[in-house]
Design a protein. Structure first.
Length: 74
């Protein structure tokens, strides 16, 4: 942490505050997403396992192409 603070010309307390703020923001975002999912569930807006599988498969198929584009840009 000291190396990062020095590189940023900040003190440790600044980095700790930034880390805590980031963590809390992520937890707030996650809790909101969970609540959104629960509300959708209460309304019967569910996705079956086949749809979830298809979504995951599409992500897996997209990764190699994404990596190739990222490598070309580097």
């Amino acid at each position: 942490m000291d190396l990062i603070a020095k590189a940023m010309d900040r003190d440790r307390s600044y980095l700790l505050n930034e880390a805590v703020e980031s963590y809390l923001a992520e937890q707030k975002r996650f809790a909101a997403m969970v609540e959104e999912g629960l509300e959708a569930s209460r309304k019967g807006e569910l996705i079956d396992d086949e749809e979830v599988g298809a979504m995951i498969d599409s992500w897996v198929r997209e990764k190699p192409a994404h990596r190739k584009v990222a490598q070309e840009k580097a």
